[in-house]
Design a protein around this ligand. Sequence first.
Ligand code: DX5
Ligand code: ZN
Length: 224
Amino acid sequence: MPRSPLIAPSLLSADFARLAEEAQRVADADWLHFDVMDAHFVPNLTFGLPVMQAVQAVSPVPLDCHLMIEGPERWAPGYAEAGARNVTVHAEACTGDPRAVARDLRAAGSLAGLALKPSTPLEEYLDVLPAFDTLLVMTVEPGFGGQRFIAETLPKVRRARELVDTGHLTLLVEVDGGINADTIEQAAAAGADVFVAGSAVYGADDPARAIAGLRAQAAAARQR
Ligand code: DX5
Ligand code: ZN
């Protein structure tokens, strides 16, 4: 299946005092990744819906909201209603059937994403994944930017790719955490479609060049 890689810079590594300008600096990205953390599901606190709405109003690229929060059933649809392209909830945080959240997200107009922490097996969620449009395989423990890529998560990416390529699932496979020039090729070769990169993009002198470089690396690695 021909698919061009999508690059999603994470605003977590941007300057929070200048979010509008920081969104503009990655105007040639595919999605802008927006990490919502609640200090309960993960030991960090970032921003929520009001900030997302403000960024949504000025962002040149669609928002990809990654909710690292408890009670995603309650909060996730608000991000879809606010105009997010994709809203991802953590499987580990869902108290009921994750398919209900997926349905609410799609009804509110966004894609529905399911995220798995590094130690969460894919096999436990095979029944619910047909309800989702994206699968976010965390390649670090959620909570902070700038961590080291965990290569042990790659078999999960490969398995998801296989399920998509054999027609068992229809979704985009997304990787998040520690993605940079040294690791993106492994993730791309394993079959990821969407690449979140925080420090590798916002930590670069020229974010636009960093995005182009990552995209080229991912595209080349997928063709090998
Ligand atoms: C971590 C977040 C990531 C983070 C990635 O919990 O979900 O999106 O911004 O940052 P880097 O690319 O620096 O690992
Ligand atoms: Zn994220």
